[in-house]
Design a protein around this ligand. Structure first.
Ligand SMILES: Nc1ncnc2c1ncn2[C@@H]1O[C@H](COP(=O)(O)OP(=O)(O)O)[C@@H](O)[C@H]1O
Ligand SMILES: [Mg+2]
Length: 495
């Protein structure tokens, strides 16, 4: 058979590869993957605005490369997806270094040191276009910088530099303020993607951004005492085991303040960050979302499920099955796992909805155990029907005190129950991202305390007075200790 070798046209293929759709954060994350795979313990990311002509530098203290290794590293598609990879190798397609970098800039320079010897190589988009050949450049000397000096002082390490960023990326053409806002977003993204390395869950790696150490963001808030860790499930697939651990995060009321709640929500906020967190080699690939799973209709991110977050740990050799894309920002579970994952996620979503709907926290000294009739509202599960429990001690007391006019109160309660503005509440809660109820003002406390004291005085005296107070206020949201003592004060004043 006759063969004709067809070499791809360098200039047009290179320009297409630039348009794979990386954002600055996914591109930088890809370089950090390389540094981690090279055994780096410290990685310094520097993003210099440079009067609107930004330069990015990523310096690591990993094992570095000799000149041959650097030539291979700069080859597009060098070690592709089929070659076996070590468990801690976060690479996959043999493209990241080149495609991620050139998605942001027109000139990529790599300076690397191994055993004290340096090698430098650059891909310059304009040079490739002009020559129409895959000719990499050997700049001599490499572009000077503080980072280069730092590298030169070490035996091993690698510096990746992006120059001449252009509009195809996300960092050029920004004014100073917009640029540094972008840098902050990038920091948040990196703190999320590499949280297991930053937090020491995996091999500890220190990453800095413009000189500031990055802090890891734990999606599962495992240090919060009210986080629920559900049973972790080993799931077998293709002879390998992956671990699935569902978490239900605490209700908003359980966070000390607004700032903590916001921080726990993570980059993009609570609504966005629910669902599956897929890790490969301890590096986060998919930060939330329901992976197209669900019942007859795929689940969408909804308000009531926002406290559900599920960790999935993939070994690196299973990623072909999960259809990891080049940018490492998407993964799809293999067909045979979908049912199993749907069941696990369904349980987690149910539990999360329960926690979401639970309002109110116990004030200090309040009753620990509540019986079902202690709830004023009874919700029929699944239906949007809400009933006021006629058995609640306070409701019973008020109806009892109506002397033959009980029907009036019954009628009023029925009207209220039948006209709960469910849709309105739903909308308001979603729009406010479930904002916390405002705290009671002192005049509100005074009025409410007097009214509640009147109700409590009619409740059966066989129940101790403090318990009666709690039966009435235990479902109010937030810290009710001030209201509680005001009610007790009122009751003491009126014997
Ligand atoms: N910071 C680095 N330190 C040492 N070697 C590196 C570094 N970055 C890239 N390399 C080498 O270059 C190769 C190609 O990298 P890349 O294009 O990102 O593809 P992949 O990571 O999928 O292999 C890597 O497999 C690695 O051998
Ligand atoms: Mg890589």
């Amino acid at each position: 058979m006759r063969k004709i070798e067809i070499v791809p046209a360098a200039s047009s293929l290179l320009q297409s590869l630039r348009g794979l759709g990386y954002s600055p954060e996914t591109a930088i994350a890809d370089l950090i993957d390389n540094s981690i795979a090279a055994g780096a313990a410290t990685i310094a990311v520097d993003l210099d605005w440079n009067e609107g002509d930004p330069v990015a530098r990523i310096l690591d203290d990993g094992r570095g490369m000799d000149e041959d290794a650097l030539v291979k590293a700069m080859c597009f598609g060098g070690d592709g997806p089929t070659g076996g990879r070590a468990q801690d190798d976060l690479g996959r397609f043999g493209l990241g270094l080149k495609t991620a970098s050139l998605s942001q800039c027109r000139c990529l320079t790599v300076v690397t040191r191994k055993a004290g010897a340096s090698a430098t190589l650059a891909w310059d988009v304009d040079a490739v276009i002009a020559a129409g050949r895959w000719d990499a450049l050997v700049p001599d000397p490499p572009p000077a910088s503080a980072q280069l000096e730092d590298l030169s002082a070490h035996e091993n390490g690698t510096l990746v530099q992006w120059d001449r960023m252009d509009a195809i990326g996300g960092l050029s053409g920004l004014d100073r303020e917009a640029f540094f806002q972008r840098v902050r977003d990038i920091g948040a993204h990196l703190g999320m993607v590499f949280h297991r390395f930053l937090g020491g869950d995996a091999r500890r790696v220190a990453i800095s951004l413009n000189g500031r150490p990055l802090k890891g963001w734990d999606p599962f808030q495992r240090s919060h005492p009210a986080t629920i860790t559900m049973q972790s499930e080993p799931v077998r697939h293709a002879g390998k085991v992956l671990t699935v651990t569902p978490y239900v995060l605490p209700h908003r009321d359980r966070f000390a303040n607004e700032a903590e709640w916001e921080a726990a929500g993570g980059p993009g906020g609570w609504g966005e960050r629910q669902g599956f967190y897929v890790y490969r080699g301890r590096r986060l690939l998919v930060p939330g979302g329901w992976l197209g799973l669900g019942g007859t209709r795929a689940w969408t991110r909804d308000e009531a499920s926002r406290l559900a977050r599920i960790a999935v740990d993939l070994p690196t050799d299973l990623d072909a099955d999960w259809r990891i894309d080049v940018r490492k920002s998407q993964a799809r579970p293999p067909g045979r796992l979908r049912n199993r994952l749907t069941v696990i996620a369904g349980l987690c979503r149910d539990k999360a909805r329960e926690v979401f709907a639970w309002r109110g926290s116990r004030a200090k000294g309040q009753l620990r155990h509540a019986r079902p009739q202690d709830d004023i509202w009874a919700a029929g599960s699944g239906s949007a029907r809400y009933r006021i429990q006629r058995d609640h001690p306070a409701v019973r007391a008020v109806i009892g005190a109506m002397n033959g006019n009980a029907g009036m109160v019954e009628g009023l309660l029925s009207i209220i129950e039948r006209s709960v503005p469910v849709e309105r509440i739903w909308l308001d809660v979603s729009e406010a991202e479930g904002a916390a109820s405002p705290a009671l003002q002192s005049d509100e406390i005074a009025t409410l305390a007097a009214q509640l004291a009147a109700v409590i005085a009619t409740m059966p005296v066989s129940t101790p007075v403090e318990e009666r107070v709690d039966q009435l206020i235990r479902h109010l949201p937030g810290d009710m200790s001030a209201l509680r003592s005001a009610v007790l004060q009122n009751l003491k004043a009126t014997p």
